[in-house]
Design a protein around this ligand. Structure first.
Ligand code: AMP
Length: 221
């Protein structure tokens, strides 16, 4: 079965939700560069201080910083059972550099799922998104499938829910433009490597998971 997966999609398409579902289902660790950067901002460490304003305005963090953060994360033991990358690689340079690093090793990327969703659905997914401050679980107050049972409280761990500082309409447009310009070219990059699978993500998170599972479980090794 496939172990190492990358998710590519516009902001708000459901990468984080899917990555968390795959983590629960297959014990593949969810690695989100966005989460790692937000943790650094929270801690106010060197990386956090450098990236805070970039995150708030929806601009990319430089590749050196991203690789420094990723190198540290990939050194942890929990990667052994496989991973789902959410938000990395984000441009061609990052993809090429990661391919170079991971070549002939157990951390090589095996499949890339591109989640397709009409642009008009993204705004409500972004503005309605809430995250658990304790376990990172993702909710959406506009989607009955993803609404917490008690307002503002995580169903899984009881942690309090918060809204990301970049989850507003204004920053969304900046992030979406950057996605089109810098991240979308990855689709052809992975198509050429024969790793790309396009998944319709417009029908909600459970439908998306169903389609991804079929592909994950179909491929044996
Ligand atoms: P995300 O949680 O994936 O939406 O990422 C939040 C923000 O973190 C992005 O808008 C970027 O500012 C930054 N970021 C996350 N991953 C990367 C990456 N691979 N390359 C550059 N910037 C990133």
């Amino acid at each position: 079965m496939i172990k190492n997966v990358v998710l590519i999609a516009a902001p708000g398409a459901g990468k984080g939700t899917l990555a968390k579902q795959l983590e629960e289902l297959y014990n593949r660790v969810h690695i989100s560069t966005g989460d790692l950067l937000r943790e650094a901002v929270e801690k106010k460490d060197e990386v956090g201080l450098k990236v805070k304003s970039l995150l708030d305005s929806g601009q990319f963090v430089d590749d050196e910083t991203i690789f420094a953060v990723m190198r540290k994360r990939l050194a942890e033991d929990d990667i052994a059972n496989g991973y789902t990358f959410d938000g990395f690689p984000r441009n061609i340079k990052q993809a090429e550099r990661y391919d170079e690093i991971s070549k002939d090793s157990s951390i090589v990327i095996e499949k890339v799922f591109q989640l397709e969703i009409p642009e008009e659905q993204l705004i409500s997914r972004i503005t309605g998104r809430r995250l658990c401050s304790n376990c990172g679980k993702i909710y959406n107050i506009y989607n009955p499938e993803l609404t917490p049972k008690v307002e503002g409280v995580c169903d899984s761990c009881g942690g309090s829910l918060y809204k990301r500082s970049d989850d507003n309409e204004e920053t969304f447009h900046e992030r979406f433009q950057t996605y089109i310009e810098k991240t979308q070219p990855l689709i052809d990059y992975y198509k050429e490597q024969d790793k790309l699978v396009v998944v319709d993500a417009s029908m909600g998170s459970n439908e998306t998971l169903k389609k991804v599972r079929e592909i994950m479980e179909k491929t044996s090794d």
